[in-house]
Design a protein around this ligand. Sequence first.
Ligand code: WT7
Length: 661
Amino acid sequence: MTSNIESVVTENRIFPPSEAVMKSATISGRAAYDALCAEADRDYSGYWARLAREHLSWKQPFTVSLDESKAPFYQWFSDGKLNVSYNCLDRNVEAGLGDKVAIIFEADGGDVTKVTYRELLGRVAKFANALKAQGVKKSDRVLIYMPMSIEGVVAMQACARIGAIHSVVFGGFSAKSLQERIQDAGASYVITADEQCRGGKNIPLKPAVDEGIALGGCESIRSVIVYQRTGGACTMVPGRDHWWHDLTASQPDICEPEWVEAEHPLFLLYTSGSTGKPKGVQHSSGGYLLHAILTMKWTFDIKPNDVFWCTADIGWVTGHTYITYGPLACGATEIVFEGVPSFPDAGRFWKTIQKHRVSIFYTAPTAIRSLIKSGENSPKTHPRNYDLTSLRLLGSVGEPINPEAWMWYYNNVGGARCPIMDTFWQTETGGHMITPLPGVTPLVPGSCTLPFPGIQAAIVDETGNDVEWGKGGFLVVKKPWPSMIRTIYGDPERFVKSYFPADFSGQLYLAGDGAMRDAKTGYFTIMGRIDDVLNVSGHRMGTMEIESALVANPMVAEAAVVGRPDDMTGEAICAFVVLKQARPTDVEATRIANELRNWVAKEIGPIAKPKDIRFGENLPKTRSGKIMRRLLRSLAKNETITQDVSTLENPGILDQLKQNA
Ligand code: WT7
């Protein structure tokens, strides 16, 4: 990631907002941005209270804005009541948007299905009734393991409607990961599909649920609801498993929302941390939805005629906030996309934008980088061959975007006309934290620029004091904000330790990223994680999680995992492995490495497969037995070791670890 920082630091291209954008943008001009920040500075909780009153529909108005009495378990709008699904659906229908298209579903094979707000409300109500008939109650945890589909959104919204807490697990995670999440969340229901369609292939989903439950310890599960996506073979366990269509067939399409307290958990979403076990990030209803709406309106400048497309999967937080909740709460028309950007060819994204006249497009740097490469290799899939004039705004999320990719995105996709919102945020933050606003911020490629109005982002040293602009440090947020993580489900101590550590006086939210501010503009640049978390293609992976998966293999004695920079995926996973048997020969090493990759795919999911695996008789250790990870990081990058190795117990081991298997 160092190369990225250097190129950003020397970046001097700057793209001020065009007059056309400034004229139409909801927040226009630096003065408007400054006024909002000043309002938040003057009366912090009053600022958020004003916004929560203006942008959310409350069943029972709140009287308290920020409640700090249980800090750092902050509460927002806690004596107010609302329903998230009501805010996303009913209120749009009541406002006359019943016939407006809510979702355009673009299937893997290119088939299109559209649903209006009225139809979506009806489908959510029917499914919510079906859940209730199955016995789902307020606060029950419902695990959702679904493909990208209208039904995926319906399942989440239906949980929200009845006050059940969903926990979506990305369809690429393994049976084992499902089991762990079911156990940790104490989930009593699973919603899944027979199969998912990706790149022209049907991939089974339901068997992973069966396998996960069969691994044991999932006695909490009462029923499994299966949406029929493909009609592929699917074994149903009598009494436990039910078809979605059977359960909904006779249900009425009206369902009174469950009015919940603003702090009622809307969802848990598991994400990787520095230690082995993924953590269940718990989000609220009111504060979370407020930020989803504000960022849709201010960052994406959503307008009634827009067609919004966020390419994320609903299994990640980006899909939660910018597919399931934000766009619908704003009454927008959005695309839900099934499949992959490379099928049937690498022009799929551009073709889809052209076909549906998409005006706002939000994707990840990894996708852009891979499409740059495909466009070079196969010129007919290059964006220039498509009519992308409907686009007016672009977004980037999930990892730092290198200036080269930024420029390509800007020129080739956005026609040098569309501003790019490089949005920095996290599963824990619920929505954008540091981002340009289209009518306000002059853009600098590779910088996420300035905090969203009201967000008190800062960079501090290890004692928690502000560092000067131009110097690197820890990215923190100085005040609680409405959409912040509320706790780690079932582990409040880990919540405090991870995000409000005592080293920072317990007052600052620690993001886990290194960052710096430009000495002149104060713009933020994210330098990457400072903990043992890797970012591979915008997916968060804990090194310890992958290490635990590796050592669970009977062949493995010891393993250490580090990241190394990768042109395509941002970071790549590099594993150093000591086998119980003798260090393998070259031919054997390749075979065992592949076996271990598949093992990790089974333990966690294919996204966690190490790209490099290197075998040694041992790992580089100090005399006290501590693995020297910084040496492993240098080895992974194929750097010549310049560090002092005199404290190393076994310097000879370094030579063994230079080669990939
Ligand atoms: C980590 C959070 C936010 C939704 C997707 C990822 C990195 C995220 C950016 C950006 C540089 C970024 C950070 C962060 N990250 N957005 N615009 N520029 N880095 O959510 O899985 O919780 O990962 O992604 O390292 O901490 P996540």
